[in-house]
Structures are given as structure tokens and as C-alpha cells.
Design a protein around this ligand. Structure first.
Ligand SMILES: *[C@@H]1O[C@H](CO)[C@@H](O)[C@H](O)[C@H]1NC(C)=O
Ligand SMILES: *[C@@H]1O[C@H](CO)[C@@H](O)[C@H](O)[C@H]1NC(C)=O
Ligand SMILES: *[C@@H]1O[C@H](CO)[C@@H](O)[C@H](O)[C@H]1NC(C)=O
Ligand SMILES: *[C@@H]1O[C@H](CO)[C@@H](O)[C@H](O)[C@H]1NC(C)=O
Ligand SMILES: *[C@@H]1O[C@H](CO)[C@@H](O)[C@H](O)[C@H]1NC(C)=O
Ligand SMILES: *[C@@H]1O[C@H](CO)[C@@H](O)[C@H](O)[C@H]1NC(C)=O
Ligand SMILES: *[C@@H]1O[C@H](CO)[C@@H](O)[C@H](O)[C@H]1NC(C)=O
Ligand SMILES: *[C@@H]1O[C@H](CO)[C@@H](O)[C@H](O)[C@H]1NC(C)=O
Ligand SMILES: *[C@@H]1O[C@H](CO)[C@@H](O)[C@H](O)[C@H]1NC(C)=O
Length: 375
């Protein structure tokens, strides 16, 4: 009995205070997209009107629906005890931002807010870059035509490195944002500027590539080759110019570096030249010995006289010159003074003997040296 009474009282109260709801509240959508709202009333009534910024858009009266334009539509979710309609606003315009009102018979009204966001453009000015490793380079991101003020961030190789704040100018509700990023070039990177407003599931992205180049500069030892007295100290200065990044500089003395093919080739060439000269000189000696036997005493006298008047330097300087495998020619000041036709040798002269011995010993030394280098 008591339970029945309580149910009756509740029914009376419920009927007196109707349940009116407009969902969702505070809707934000992107310009051009659609916005949806549900309006419901318990208990159900026969009439409902939708308004946008106080202007009628949809009206349902006793089963008949009238709409103010093609951008508006309703769906019926009503049941026996509840009136529920869903309003869809398609292709949302800037002017749609504001109040959405649901109005029932008897002027019961509920209000929700619609805000319209705008997706603008984003660009990194200057495009792709190529910079020297270690150099600083500045990127500028420009986001135009966003609403509300967008979140702008930078990412390098997928890692967010900077979030830009307070970098916008606005024209009414529309914002232009500019943000710079300074990067020290280390590795080839993709640099991205990401711009987003809350209604976007993924940001608008601009990507540029940063190519890092290395510079191979020059290297020189100042002062060049040295000749110093044994035991003396000598200082070398290495100068490496135009390298990037900072190069590793190291010194080596008789180190493995110079033992390359160049040295081997040089040695081979010098060895061949020495061998040729050796053979040539012995050929000349042999030829002279044979010729001398045939020549008259007079001729010999003349030749001897000439030899004494001409400097012996011809053969000795040649011997010195060919003795080492360094064929510089700068140890031979007399060389160019001797005419070629005067090349004549007295086999009995002690100088000739000495020269031959010198050539042989130098050649043996050279052979040894070659062994050492090759091993
Ligand atoms: C409105 O209500 C219906 C049924 O309850 C639901 O399917 C729909 O998603 C709702 N729409 C909005 C915008 O909440
Ligand atoms: C909405 O649906 C309810 C229940 O199905 C129905 O009684 C009512 O007439 C419908 N209203 C409109 C406008 O179609
Ligand atoms: C930047 O480089 C990428 C890849 O190397 C290329 O696809 C893109 O077109 C370049 N952008 C510009 C503006 O040159
Ligand atoms: C942005 O600027 C506003 C006023 O112009 C200031 O109140 C706010 O603290 C600034 N925010 C940041 C993160 O600098
Ligand atoms: C934003 O940028 C656009 C395009 O560059 C320009 O037309 C507009 O005047 C700018 N607005 C403001 C507030 O600077
Ligand atoms: C923008 O950044 C602020 C602070 O970093 C964050 O609270 C907010 O959710 C961000 N908004 C969007 C749309 O990402
Ligand atoms: C960077 O990219 C350039 C081509 O864009 C390439 O030549 C270079 O080798 C790359 N550098 C590194 C360190 O990968
Ligand atoms: C130093 O001497 C070597 C061998 O004689 C020669 O190849 C090189 O060019 C010389 N270097 C300089 C800087 O004179
Ligand atoms: C330079 O030397 C350092 C230390 O010896 C070494 O860690 C580094 O890898 C070297 N860099 C190059 C490019 O050789």
C-alpha cells in the first residue's frame, strides 16, 4: 500500500519536472566538417525547434519536419516516454560558431556552444638545406590562417625538440604563427614543423631535409724538408686547413704511412736506372780497353793530353750522381759544363778505378737497401 503511494507521488513529481537535455556541450569542429547535437525531453512532447544563433533551423511539429536549409537535418530517436532528436549541421561555416538552442513547446530551452576551428597552412621557408657539419642553421616555420591559436612544434628525425609559444599574430579569430628553430648540423636529418589545433587528430606537417657535408681540407708540414746536424733538435709544424668537422691530426716518424706503392715504384725505377748505368759503364770500359790496343802511340798521347786538360769530373761526378738512387742532379754542379763528345775514359787512370769501385759499392748498398724496403 505504502509502496504504491510512493510510486504514485514519484510519477506526479516526474511529470511536473520534465527532463530536458542538450548534448554535447561546447562542441568544437573544423571548418567544413559537421557538428551533431542530441536534444531530448522526458516525458515526450509533440513539438521541438532547433535554433542556431537564435535563428530557426529545424522544427518538428506533430510528426512533420521543416528545415531552413540543406545543411541541416534531424534524426528521430524518440521512444514512447522520450522525445529525442539529433541535429546535424553539415559543412560548418565560421558564422555557425555560437549558440545552438533546443526549444520545446512552452518555451523550455537548452543551449550548447559550437566553436569552429580552422586548419591553415604550414611551410618551412627556404626548403632543403645543405650545410657544413657543425655549422648552425636556422629554420623558420610559418603557419597561416589557423583558428584558434595553434600548437606549433619542431621535430628533428621524429623527436620533438621545440614547442613554440606566444608567436602568433591574430586577425580576429584567425592566427598567423611564425617560429624559428636553430639546429647545429650533426647528421643528415629530416626537420619537421608540426601545427595542430585540438580538433585535428594528426597535425599538419611541413618537412625539409638537412644534408650535412664534411670538408676535406689541405695538410702541409711547414718549412718542407730539413737537413740538420745529427743530434740537433728540429721542430715541425703541421698545418691542416679547411677541414670540417675538426680533424684528428697525428704525427708519424718513419711510420707505416709512407710505405705505400709510390715508394715501391720509386725504388724499382731507381734500381733499374742504376743497373742500366752500371752495365753502360762496364760496356764503355770494355770498349775502351779493346780500342786502346788498336790505337797508335800518337793517338794515345793526344788523348792523354786532352784528358789531363779536361777535368776528370766527367766520370767522378757521374759516379756520384748515379751512386745514390736519389737522382736529384743538384749534387752535380759540373755536369752541364761538360760537352757530351768529350766523354772519354782512361782505364789506367786511378780515378777511373776509384769510380768503378764507387759504383759497385753504391750498387751493393742499393741492393741491400732494396731488400730492407721490400722485407
Ligand atoms: C544521439 O543519440 C543517439 C542515440 O542515443 C546516439 O546514437 C548518437 O550518437 C547521439 N549523438 C550525439 C551527437 O551524441
Ligand atoms: C519519432 O519516433 C517516434 C517513435 O517511433 C514516433 O512516435 C514519432 O512520430 C516520430 N517522429 C517523427 C517526427 O518522425
Ligand atoms: C627536399 O628533399 C626531398 C628528398 O631529398 C625531396 O623529395 C623534396 O622535393 C625536396 N624539397 C625541396 C623543396 O626541394
Ligand atoms: C604569452 O603571452 C601572454 C601575454 O601576452 C603571457 O601572459 C603568457 O605568460 C605568455 N606565455 C608564455 C609561455 O610565455
Ligand atoms: C596572415 O597571413 C596571411 C597570408 O600571408 C595574410 O594575408 C594576413 O594578413 C596575415 N594576418 C596577420 C594577422 O598578420
Ligand atoms: C597545445 O599545447 C598545450 C601545452 O603544451 C597542450 O595542453 C594542448 O593540449 C595542446 N593542444 C593541442 C591541440 O595539441
Ligand atoms: C647526407 O646526405 C647526402 C645527400 O643528401 C649524402 O651525400 C651524404 O653522404 C649524407 N651524409 C651522411 C653523413 O649520411
Ligand atoms: C721532400 O723530399 C722528398 C724526397 O726528396 C720529395 O719527394 C718531396 O717533394 C720534398 N718535399 C718538399 C716539400 O720539398
Ligand atoms: C679522433 O680521435 C679520437 C680519440 O683518439 C677518436 O675517438 C675518434 O674516433 C677519432 N676520430 C676520427 C674521425 O678518426
Amino acid at each position: 500500500m505504502a509502496v504504491f503511494r510512493l510510486a504514485l507521488i514519484l510519477l506526479v513529481i516526474g511529470g511536473a519536472a520534465a527532463q530536458v537535455q542538450l548534448e554535447p556541450q561546447n562542441v568544437a569542429v573544423l571548418l567544413g566538417s559537421q557538428a551533431l547535437f542530441n536534444c531530448s525531453r522526458t516525458p515526450a512532447v509533440s513539438s521541438i525547434t532547433w535554433m542556431l544563433n537564435k535563428v530557426f533551423v529545424v522544427s518538428i511539429q506533430a510528426g512533420s519536419i521543416s528545415v531552413s536549409g540543406p545543411r541541416f537535418s534531424v534524426k528521430n530517436y524518440s521512444a514512447s516516454e522520450i522525445l529525442k532528436t539529433e541535429l546535424t549541421i553539415s559543412n560548418v561555416q565560421r558564422s555557425d560558431a555560437g549558440e545552438v538552442t533546443c526549444l520545446f513547446l512552452g518555451n523550455e530551452a537548452v543551449v550548447s556552444r559550437l566553436s569552429v576551428q580552422e586548419r591553415g597552412s604550414v611551410a618551412i621557408t627556404g626548403g632543403n638545406r645543405t650545410v657544413i657539419q657543425g655549422a648552425q642553421t636556422e629554420f623558420q616555420c610559418q603557419a597561416f590562417g589557423w583558428s584558434p591559436e595553434p600548437n606549433v612544434s619542431w621535430s628533428v628525425n621524429g623527436v620533438v625538440v621545440k614547442i613554440c609559444t606566444n608567436s602568433s599574430v591574430s586577425q580576429g579569430n584567425v592566427f598567423n604563427t611564425s617560429c624559428t628553430l636553430t639546429v647545429t648540423a650533426a647528421i643528415n636529418s629530416s626537420v619537421q614543423c608540426l601545427v595542430k589545433v585540438s580538433t585535428m587528430s594528426s597535425p599538419e606537417i611541413s618537412t625539409v631535409f638537412l644534408s650535412v657535408v664534411y670538408l676535406r681540407g689541405s695538410v702541409a708540414i711547414k718549412g718542407g724538408n730539413r737537413t740538420v746536424i745529427q743530434g740537433a733538435q728540429t721542430e715541425f709544424q703541421c698545418q691542416a686547413f679547411g677541414w670540417s668537422p675538426e680533424p684528428n691530426v697525428s704525427w708519424s716518424v718513419n711510420g707505416p704511412k709512407p710505405r705505400d706503392y709510390t715508394i715501391l715504384i720509386a725504388v724499382t725505377v731507381a734500381f733499374s736506372a742504376a743497373a742500366l748505368l752500371f752495365l753502360l759503364i762496364f760496356g764503355i770500359i770494355f770498349f775502351c780497353r779493346r780500342r786502346k790496343k788498336e790505337k797508335s802511340g800518337y793517338e794515345e798521347e793526344v788523348r792523354r793530353a786532352r784528358l789531363q786538360s779536361q777535368p776528370m769530373a766527367t766520370i767522378t761526378s757521374d759516379a756520384r750522381n748515379n751512386g745514390g738512387y736519389v737522382t736529384d742532379g743538384r749534387y752535380d754542379p759540373s755536369k752541364k759544363d761538360v760537352p757530351a763528345e768529350d766523354f772519354d775514359i782512361d782505364m789506367r787512370a786511378p780515378e777511373t778505378e776509384k769510380a768503378a769501385v764507387a759504383i759497385q759499392s753504391q750498387f751493393r748498398k742499393f741492393q741491400k737497401k732494396k731488400h730492407v724496403v721490400k722485407s
